[in-house]
Design a protein around this ligand. Structure first.
Ligand code: ATP
Ligand code: MG
Length: 686
């Protein structure tokens, strides 16, 4: 043809190119790319999407699902850049055109609103986060009397976990209890009743929880007529990080593309780390078996990310895994530095070490942005955040916007949600009880009146408030009916705040700091096109937290990245630190873990290590607070290096111990006097 091979194909290796041109832009047989970390899977996927577009595919008919909204946005940008090279900047597609790039949950929410009428759903549904879901579960628990009669009945959190596991794994309750919650097996009957009540409550209130977004989608997609319609909307469906999808997600894909035509999935079984959300590594291994025509399988073997020494250490760690499909990778990136295993006294010292190492790297020319600190659980970065703040080192913590959990922010969001969906009980309860004189029973009455009235706002207006609420009530009614009747976004948020502030001041002493949070919320809200999108996206994918009170840093500012290992999936940095590389943290929960749980923790460490391009530091504090609350009497434990790096692997690392100058504690330097303060104290009262 007269069409010249675009340059972007020349940049790829043979296997990557095979995956990119598979079908040459047409709807083709299913494709599976399965390969280790840093082998260019995501990069290949971006090139494949760009190639489809270059060859004439309509970007609006491409469904692209990634593991976070951030990853989706980055992918869209990359696609735009690659396609732009060929099509020319002006003709180039914009990221907006790739309209269906997002997470499974986010895309699910959009499709469900879109098809609400067909499936008997009110499109004004609101989405419950885990905490709301637990609250609703609790309500159902109380109403059934289980919490009273059965004092050892599972907690609301456990109930929700069991429910969620059964839904996502598409597994009968009995089996879930037997395999994952044996200590709850005695309550199987009550749990069934409870879950039925929970489902009914959600439907009556027009709320969906996280799992429903997938469950409803799967059910909708199983309906042949809707399935055909849905499937025909998208010519190409592509999924990154497929090893972390669960059975529901697999069934959704299968319903969209029953013969697999136009389907591409990529992933790495050695990086499967979401079994607690019922992810099934079997999904990726069984992918080709689902289709009569099988699937084209591409394996990548060359790693482009990490130096050979980092890769060698990571390969050693994962090499001990009991089960693994993907093979070890090779790289051409030579290096004379091995990854470092740094022993420090405790977590405070760990924070000191990381800060000074980061600053040294910055001196040497590595921007903060090219460096990341990874940890197992969000609260593990506490001591480091304190130290970074003290030293004025700016940082962004992925997904860590904790203030969303603060009572005052939840109050504000509840008001918006209640306005969006007047049947949302958890939201309604919260909002109504903000007013003095309205307690749980009055709130229940009001919500009941609203539910039984044809027009919720009218039902609300009929309520006769008790004396103490007489003054607030009309003001509330006015604001609320305004929000219902004609939402003005984002100006509404300010109206709600002005109404809310006096209530906040009455309850909270530190109203001034809390007010700053509310202003920040307004700032965040202004980035969303509508109230519905704001509420949906905030619930599904909370924004990142920053060290800067004024809000997220500008793009050209330099800041360090803090992230849980789970949220760091798919990303890479020049310089990576892993905190608390000790038994009890990675792996966590030594006592209760099954063999499979422990294996998943090994993969977690592998994911962490393979984020590093040039240098990797695993920090090993000798003392460690598992819950990170030394002030509340949390006892530290004496920790030792993670079992995933046994003595036989030490040759892959450079070992050192580190102590900051200020804490050197030499007993010989102590003063010679000896006093008994205890005796003195006791003597004071004699
Ligand atoms: P992970 O398993 O961690 O998600 P991955 O397999 O998705 O990793 P990518 O993130 O796509 O890997 O790529 C890793 C790095 O290698 C990126 O910096 C990418 O730009 C680079 N890379 C990938 N393919 C090539 C190539 N053919 N030539 C040069 N660099 C490449
Ligand atoms: Mg990737």
């Amino acid at each position: 043809s007269s069409f010249e091979a675009p340059d972007y194909l020349a940049r790829l290796n043979d296997e990557q190119r095979l995956a990119v041109v598979h079908g040459d832009g047409k709807v083709a047989a299913p494709l599976l790319v399965i390969a280790g970390a840093g082998s260019g899977k995501t990069n290949t996927l971006a090139h494949r999407v760009a190639h489809l577009i270059v060859k004439g595919a309509d970007p609006r008919r491409i469904l692209l699902m990634t593991f976070s909204r951030r990853a989706a946005a980055e992918m869209a940008k990359r696609v735009e850049r690659i396609a732009g090279e060929v099509l020319g900047r002006d003709a180039a597609i914009t990221t907006d055109a790739l309209a269906w790039a997002g997470t499974f949950h986010g895309i699910g929410a959009r499709l469900l609103r879109d098809y609400a009428e067909q499936i008997g759903l009110d499109p004004a549904f609101t989405i419950h986060d885990r905490e709301d879901s637990a609250d609703l579960m609790n309500l159902a628990r109380h109403e059934l009397g289980f919490s009273k009669t059965e004092s050892r009945f599972p907690t609301k959190g456990t109930c929700l976990q069991i429910y969620s596991r059964a839904v996502n794994a598409q597994t009968p309750l009995g089996e879930v209890l037997g395999s994952a919650f044996p200590w709850c097996a005695a309550w199987a009957e009550q749990l069934k009743e409870l879950f039925a009540a929970y489902v009914e409550a959600k439907q009556a209130q027009n709320v969906l929880d996280y799992d429903d977004l997938l469950l409803y989608w799967a059910q909708m997609a199983a309906e042949p007529e809707i399935a055909a319609h849905l499937g025909s909307r998208f010519d190409h469906v592509l999924v990154d990080e497929y090893q972390d999808t669960n059975r529901l997600q697999a069934s959704i894909l299968l319903a969209l593309k029953p013969d697999g035509a136009g389907l591409t999935v990529v992933g790495d079984d050695a990086q499967s780390i979401y079994s607690f959300r019922a992810a099934e590594v079997r999904n990726i291994l069984d992918f080709p078996k689902q289709f009569a025509q099988g699937a084209e399988i591409v394996m990548l073997e060359r790693n482009y990310r990490s130096t050979e020494t980092i890769l060698a250490a990571a390969n050693k760690v994962i090499g001990e895994a009991s089960e693994r499909f993907t093979k070890n990778l090779w790289t051409e990136r030579r290096s004379s530095h091995k990854p470092q295993l740094v022993s420090v006294r405790d977590e405070a010292e760990q924070a000191n070490y990381v800060c000074q190492a980061i600053l040294a790297e910055r001196e040497a020319g590595t921007a903060l942005k090219a460096q990341a600190v990874l940890f197992r659980a969000s609260h593990h970065s506490g001591p480091l955040e304190v130290e970074l703040t003290r030293r004025n080192i700016p940082f962004v913590k992925f997904g860590g916007l904790k203030f969303l959990d603060a009572a005052h922010v939840k109050d504000m969001l509840a008001m918006l949600r209640f306005a969006e969906n007047p049947r949302d009980r958890v939201a309604g309860f919260r909002v109504l009880q903000l007013m003095p004189g309205i307690g749980p029973s009055a709130a229940a009455q009001i919500v009941e009146a609203m539910a039984t009235s044809l027009d919720e706002t009218l039902g609300l207006a009929r309520f006769r408030p008790p004396q103490r609420a007489a003054e607030d009530w009309p003001v509330f009614l006015d604001i609320y009916s305004g929000l219902r009747a004609g939402p003005k976004w984002p100006a509404d948020l300010e109206r709600v705040r002005l109404w809310y502030e006096p209530h906040m001041e009455r309850v909270h002493e530190d109203a001034a700091t809390r007010r700053a949070d509310l202003l920040q919320l307004e700032q965040i809200a202004s980035g969303y096109p509508s109230r519905e999108r704001f509420l949906t996206e905030l619930t599904l994918d909370p924004p990142d937290a920053t060290s800067d009170q004024a809000g997220p840093p500008h793009r050209d500012e330099d800041y360090l990245i803090l992230s849980t290992i789970h949220s760091a999936k798919g990303q890479e940095w020049k310089n990576v630190f892993v905190l608390n590389t000790v038994d009890g943290c990675i792996p966590a929960d030594l006592g209760v873990g099954t063999k499979e749980d422990i294996e998943e923790e090994r993969r977690l460490l592998y994911v962490a290590m393979t984020r590093a391009k040039d240098s990797l530091h695993l920090v090993v504090p000798q003392r460690f607070y598992p819950h990170n609350q030394p002030a509340r009497g949390d006892r530290h434990v004496y920790a030792s290096r993670t079992r995933f790096i046994p003595a036989s692997m030490l040759s892959a690392f450079e070992q050192s111990s580190w102590a900051s100058a200020t804490i050197k504690d030499d007993p010989r330097q102590r003063p010679g006097v000896k006093i008994d303060l205890g005796a003195r104290m006791r003597g004071m009262w004699k």
